[in-house]
Each structure stands twice: as C-alpha cells, then as structure tokens.
Design a protein around this ligand. Structure first.
Ligand SMILES: Nc1ncnc2c1ncn2[C@@H]1O[C@H](COP(=O)(O)OP(=O)(O)OP(=O)(O)O)[C@@H](O)[C@H]1O
Ligand SMILES: [Mg+2]
Length: 543
C-alpha cells in the first residue's frame, strides 16, 4: 500500500484525493498508477469495488495540462449509468485542478450534449454508440486524443461493441496510451488488446482468497413460485440499508418491483427499456436512499458504486459466472462488508455448482427464513426505530397525550399497539409473477487464460471459459435481456480483507467520503441514438 503522496502527483489532484477521504492507495492503484504515469499501455484487473476508477482517473487527470483546450482523453463504458458515475468520480478528482470532463451517452438530448461540447472538455466519458453518433456528426473529434480508457472492456465486447470500439479507435492517433480495466478478463480481451494496445503492462492484483472475502455469499433453494415469498421474508428479516435485486428479464424486473411496492417495500425497477429520464430518477432515488430496494437487470451489474448497498439478491440466477461476480460485487465495496443471496430452483442446482466451480468459491446453503423469523426481524426493526427516537429525545410533543393514555391503559398494551402501527401490516395482495425458465447448466471448455504470461491462479479464479461461444445467449436471448452474457474469464483480482489493511479501517476513507453525491451532469435525457445497436444483447444501454 502506498500513500498518494508517493506518486509525485499534482498538488491540486492530491488535495482532491484527500478531500475524497482516500488515505492510502488500493493495491490496483499502487500498481497501475506508476505505469500509467510512465505512459505505458495497461491491462488492469482487480476485484469489484477496489478502486479501479481512480486507478485510471488519477494518472489521467494528472497528465492533462490545465490549459488544454482539446479533447485529449476518452473513457468508454458499457452502460449509461456507468458513464455518469465514472464522470462524477473524475469530476471529483479534477475538482481543484480544474480538468474539464463531460459524459456523453445515449438517451440524453444530443443538442444539449453538443452545447456542452463547446465548453472544451478535455476528457469525454461515453458509451460507444452515442460517441460514434457524435463522431459522425463531427461534433466530437478524436484527432488529439492521447489517452483512451476502456472500463469494463470485457463487457463492452460481450455487448457487441467490438465493431464500434474498433471504428472509434481507428480515429484516435496511434501515438496514444490505451488502458483496459475490469474485474474479469475473458480471453477475447486479448484480441482487443493485441489490436489496440502496445506492449501493455498486465497489472492484476493477486487475491489471497478466491472470492471476495468481504461478501458473505449464500444460496437458498426455492421453487420458482416461492421466490416472492422468499424475498419478502429476507427483506423483512434483514432490513437491508440498500439492496439490489437482480432479475433475469425486463418483464421480471417490472413485475417484481411492482409486487414489492404493493407489499409496502420501497422499491423501484431499472432496465434498458425505461426512458433515460426514468433511469436517472430511479438511480438518484436509490443513491439518496429514497428507495431502498433497486430491482434491476444486469444493466446494473457492472461498475455501479452505490455506498450503503448491504445486500445483493439474485432473484434469478445469472447465466454466467462473470455476471455473478459483478452482480454480487455491487456490495462489499471499498472495504465494507456485504451479503449476497441467490435463489436457486431445484433444476438450477447444477448451474450453481458450475458458478461455484468457476469462481472457486463454495456458496453456503441457507434455509428459507421462516415466517416467524421474518416477523421477528420486522419487529426488531420497529423497536430500533423507536429506540432511535427515544435516544434522540424527539418525542416531546407526544408526552402529554402519552401520560393521559397511561392513566387509562397498561404500558405494555400501549407500546404493543404503537409497535403494531409502526410495523405496518403486510398487505396480503395476491402476487403472481410470470415464471422464468430455469437456467440450464452449460458446460464450457476449459478456459484459456487472459494472458499466457500470468501464472495460473493469479486471477481470482480460473474459470472455465466458453471457448469463445458466447455463453448463455442462445436459449433465451429473446427475452432474457439484461443478462450479461459472459465474459469469459473471471477474476476477482484481488484483494483480500487484508488488502486494504484491516478491513474496516484499512480501506479507509474519511467519513465524509462518499455517498453518491453527484456533481456530474444529470439532465433529463431524451432522444436517442438508435442507429447502432449492439448485436449481442437485447438490452443495450447505450442506444
Ligand atoms: N484509495 C481509496 N481509498 C478509499 N476509497 C477508495 C479508494 N479508491 C477508490 N475508493 C472508493 O472505492 C469505491 C469503489 O471504487 P470503484 O468504483 O472504482 O471500484 P471498481 O474497482 O471500479 O469496481 P467495479 O469492478 O465494481 O467497477 C468507490 O466509492 C471509490 O470512491
Ligand atoms: Mg469500476
């Protein structure tokens, strides 16, 4: 671990890093920043939630002169939400230095983007489809780009963005620095790397444990028709601060989020068929805590960093182990702990074993919480809420009436009634979700490592790859949308509990650190770029 002061960074950048509460660099940052500062091309791989964004953001901002008036850097991400988020992190890091960046993605009003481009951003963060659109309109010119970063590079390939990326990179001068980052690196990344990187440094953080140590993983065997009851009980029992529930299809996400709302949970859905405006609203509500359950397709599986996500639930098992890795990686970030549950139907047990094998992590089986446990959980939560008020002495205006009531009734009676009211009764509306087909286990051929250079096991796990055929798509591509088909090689590159020092404090960031605040631009998005649609994936987040 290093201090950020060791890298010889611009003082204003250091100031921003301090302000963000980053005390020491994470392993991927310690390893990548020096290479990046030397101008080397780079393939960077490390577990979810370990600071890859800053690993490329810091050296990037460091190298751009304040006086620069051209677009000199390009960052590509697979989804719009991620473009927004990365752009926000870059903006925070660039705050004092004054580096100008701009997110550019599908679904946002293009005229507005064109206007923003006139302010001479130095860094563009975008999704490939919309970027190409601007390139074709000549509103973005890449002739002066010196640095290109592909975040979640493997996912962009899986989404069928290869051609788009190729067309874009052809327009960038050869004399440039190119960097790829992801927690998983399938073999097909090699193709991209060979084509676009020059003698890249492979930086991968070697994990002590195969799976993310901070995520407590479990599965619950349920029948398809029990899933809704199961999720209700889990939510009641654990009352997550924030939870992300992954469903396989858009229909699933719509039905489930509606059903949860009907039952009184504060939930909302996110998938690629919503308007950008709706997507933004849902994300904002989730980040500020006005909803606590985000039901989503795999559009939310990659890269999203929302602090306070304590639980991830795979309501439907993902097709690919990589998708599993990224999904559960929405919790247990930045040194915090998290819990991930997966619902597995009896016919999917084999598929679960396959995920276990590839991720080299045994997932513990847990029983479905009983109704009694769920009720107890809810009551405990109510009691906590009450005690909170007691502790903060926020009840003065109720004192008089309480005294009056206590003259007539017994205190236990009264308190019980108050708790009943507070807990709320479960609305037992009938919930019916359209069943999803079980995922069939598919055998994949043993994988080829991302790069022959690394000793085996240096990734988080050696996965069995699909040997190139894209896993999963076939059987349900049609309506399964959302599911990210697989990247091939997964890896939780890194970082064991000890990785950040001790787990809580180790990855320390000041209290005030984060909480998705969001300086970035969040405007209603309208309009779209339908001209290019990734071939592989019905849910494109870009167009
Ligand atoms: N050195 C650091 N100290 C403390 N917190 C950090 C540090 N670097 C990054 N973080 C914070 O850690 C969180 C996770 O970082 P980030 O989103 O970059 O992870 P990632 O490795 O890109 O994960 P994913 O694979 O899911 O995209 C963010 O909130 C980020 O601000
Ligand atoms: Mg990331």
């Amino acid at each position: 671990m290093m201090n950020f002061t060791d890298f010889g960074l611009d003082v204003k950048l250091l100031q921003a890093i301090t302000e963000l509460g980053f005390e020491e660099s994470t392993p991927i940052q310690s390893k990548s920043i020096p290479f990046a500062m030397e101008g080397k091309d780079l393939i960077g791989q490390a577990q979810t939630g370990t600071g890859k964004t800053a690993a490329f953001g810091i050296p990037l901002i460091n190298k751009i002169p304040t006086s620069e008036e051209r677009i000199v850097a390009l960052i590509m991400t697979p989804t719009r939400e991620l473009a927004i988020q990365v752009s926000e992190e870059i903006a925070k890091l660039a705050r004092f230095k004054g580096t100008r960046s701009l997110p550019i993605y599908g679904g946002q009003d293009i005229v507005r983007q064109i206007r923003a481009l006139k302010k001479k951003p130095q860094i563009i963060i975008g999704t490939p489809g919309r970027l190409l659109d601007h390139i074709n309109r000549k509103t973005i010119k890449l002739d002066d780009v010196q640095t290109v970063i592909l975040d979640e590079a493997d996912e962009m390939l899986d989404m069928g963005f290869m051609e788009d990326i190729q067309s874009i990179l052809k327009l960038v001068p050869d004399e440039r620095q190119t960097m790829l980052f992801s927690a998983t690196m399938p073999p097909n990344i090699q193709k991209l790397a060979q084509q676009f990187l020059r003698n890249p440094e492979h930086v991968s953080v070697i994990p002590k444990q195969v799976s993310a140590p901070l995520i407590d993983q479990a599965y619950i065997e349920v029948h398809e028709r029990q899933k809704f009851e199961a999720i209700s009980r889990l939510l009641d029992m654990e009352s997550p601060e924030l939870a992300i529930v992954f469903g396989r299809t858009k229909r699933r996400v719509d039905e489930l989020s509606e059903a949860l709302q009907k039952r009184g949970y504060s939930a909302d859905g996110l998938h690629g068929d919503l308007s950008q405006n709706q997507r933004d609203t849902v994300m904002r509500k989730f980040r500020d805590g006005s909803i606590d359950v985000l039901v989503a397709t795999d559009v939310a599986a990659r890269g999203l960093d929302v602090s306070g996500v304590t639980h991830v639930v795979n309501f439907d098992l993902p097709q690919d182990p990589e998708s599993y890795v990224h999904r559960i990686g929405r919790t247990g970030r930045a040194g915090k702990e998290g819990t991930a549950w997966s619902f597995v139907t009896p016919r999917e047990i084999d598929h679960l074993h396959f995920i276990e094998k590839v991720t080299r992590h045994k997932i513990a089986r847990k029983p479905l919480p009983s109704l009694a446990e769920a009720i107890e959980g809810k009551q405990r939560l109510t009691a906590e809420r009450l005690l909170d008020i007691v502790q903060n002495e926020e009840y003065n205006e109720f004192k008089a009436i309480s005294i009056q009531l206590l003259e007539q009734y017994d205190s236990v009676q009264l308190l019980s009634a108050a708790m009943k009211l507070l807990t709320g009764e479960k609305k037992d509306s009938v919930i019916e979700l359209t069943p999803e087909e079980p995922i069939r286990a598919k055998r994949r051929k043993p994988d080829i490592r991302t790069s022959g250079r690394r000793p085996s096991g240096s990734y988080g796990y050696n996965r069995q790859g699909s040997g190139g055929s894209r896993e999963g798509g076939s059987s349900y591509r049609g309506n399964r949308e959302g599911s990210r088909e697989g990247s091939r090689d997964g890896n939780r590159g890194g970082y064991s509990k000890g990785g950040y020092g001790s787990r809580e404090g180790g990855y320390s960031r000041g209290e005030g650190g984060y909480r998705g605040n969001n300086s970035g631009d969040r405007k209603p998005r309208t309009g779209s770029n339908e001209s290019r649609r990734p071939t592989k994936r019905p849910e494109s987040s870009d167009v």
